[in-house]
Design a protein around this ligand. Structure first.
Ligand code: NAD
Ligand code: IPM
Ligand code: MN
Length: 358
């Protein structure tokens, strides 16, 4: 029974502050539930590394990571020193694409004790899962510029929607919805305005729906869907969206549940041919870096998702996941709280408080 091999990549900014708290809780849960973890700290995939080496990662990054069972990732980006497209296409977006992590699963939940910015909402009213396509769609480097620097300048940015890529993420979302009590799936679209890809996306969803008659499908244009995240959050159970729409929804949803500092994500290669990657939804937050005030719960919850995925939701891994989420629930209800939730506790105090409850 070999240990689970996990690469820890803190990255930039508050990634470096929340990652140690995620690791602290991961280690504590592993010890408590008898899981063997072998953690490898990785200093590359950061803007500091870029400034020294002129590249975000060493040439053999893929060999170094391919043997891992999972990647535990903080955040990347330091736009004052490195353009965001360079740092992100040189690291995180490469991981998602090269390791075929085509599902980005992002839970949204309102916790007891967390003030909700939506009037009159209580825990239970917001409890849904966003399934974001994670390898294609609007995120491409296809296109180009003509007549650069002149008044005739033209910029073209292509999208890519493959049948394989679309069907597999839809299938994942339908299966997930079918496994849940409500069996409800919202399909995000924009087939009125985006006249080629989105009507086709809808037709793929219609075809997939035939294989899942037990799932109730609610197709919504992304604009009104965003409005309903705010006005009728209880309407949502599982939401499937293209890469860009899923990106936007997965900041909006957590914001309506109090703070983006809680939101976790699992970048999954469900077939386990490559390592999956677990990270907070939020970024490197240069505006608060260095003060030890970032909320580490998004990172800690991502660690729980990691253990659950590695063990396929069985035995000790599921128990460790549930214990971490339980500890998060207690801390959010009783404190301490970080500044994004109106408190004064530090990042490390939060990590220690969660770990102490496991
Ligand atoms: P951001 O998520 O880093 O920050 C947005 C706002 O939320 C900021 O005011 C920040 O202080 C606050 N915030 C974020 N996380 C928080 C936490 N844990 N606790 C308390 N407050 C928190 O988004 P941004 O400002 O658009 O991006 C900053 C950098 O991060 C950019 O370089 C961007 O490209 C990058 N980024 C990286 C990732 C990633 O690595 N997955 C995700 C998003 C953004
Ligand atoms: C996220 C981030 C990334 C994305 C950025 C940093 C490229 O916003 O993980 O949500 O857009 O996917
Ligand atoms: Mn995002």
């Amino acid at each position: 029974n070999r240990p689970y091999r996990i690469a820890v990549i803190p990255g930039d900014g508050i990634g470096q502050e929340v990652a140690p708290e995620g690791v602290r809780v991961l280690r504590r849960a592993a010890e408590r539930f008898g899981l063997q973890l072998e953690l490898t700290d990785i200093a590359w995939a950061s803007c500091d590394y870029y400034l020294e080496h002129g590249t975000m990662m060493p040439a053999d990054w893929k060999q170094q990571l391919a043997g891992m069972d999972a990647i535990f990732f903080g955040a990347v980006g330091w736009p004052a020193a490195v353009p965001d497209n360079v740092s992100l296409w040189g690291s995180l977006l490469k991981f998602r694409r090269e390791f075929d992590q085509y599902v980005n699963l992002r839970p949204v939940r309102l916790f007891d004790g967390v003030p909700c910015p939506l009037a009159g909402r209580k825990p239970g009213d917001l409890d849904y899962l966003i399934v974001r396509e994670n390898t294609e769609g609007e995120y491409t480097n296809l296109g180009g510029t003509m007549f650069a620097g002149t008044e005739r300048e033209i910029v073209i940015q292509e999208s890519v929607f493959s049948r394989h890529g679309t069907d597999r993420v839809l299938k994942y979302a339908f299966e997930l919805a079918a496994s849940r009590a409500r069996r409800h799936l919202t399909v995000a679209t924009k087939s009125n305005g985006i006249a080629i890809s989105m009507p086709w996306w809808d037709s793929r969803a219609d075809e997939m729906a035939r294989a899942f008659p037990q799932v109730q499908v609610d197709k919504q244009h992304i604009d009104i869907l965003a409005a309903r995240f705010v006005l009728q959050p209880q309407r949502f159970d599982v939401v499937v969206a293209s890469n860009l729409f899923g990106d936007i929804l997965s900041d909006l949803g957590p914001a309506t549940a109090g703070t983006i500092g809680l939101a976790p994500s699992a970048n999954l290669n469900p077939e386990r041919r490559f390592p999956s990657l677990f990270e907070p939804v939020h970024g490197s937050a240069p505006d608060i870096f260095g003060q030890n005030i970032a909320n580490p719960i998004a990172m800690i919850w991502s660690g729980a998702l990691l253990l659950d995925f590695l063990t396929a939701g069985q035995g000790a891994g599921r128990a460790a996941h549930d214990a971490i989420v339980g500890a998060i629930e207690t801390v959010l209800r009783e404190g301490p709280r970080t500044r994004d939730l109106g408190g004064t506790a530090s990042t490390s105090e939060l990590g220690a408080a969660v770990a102490a409850l496991i």
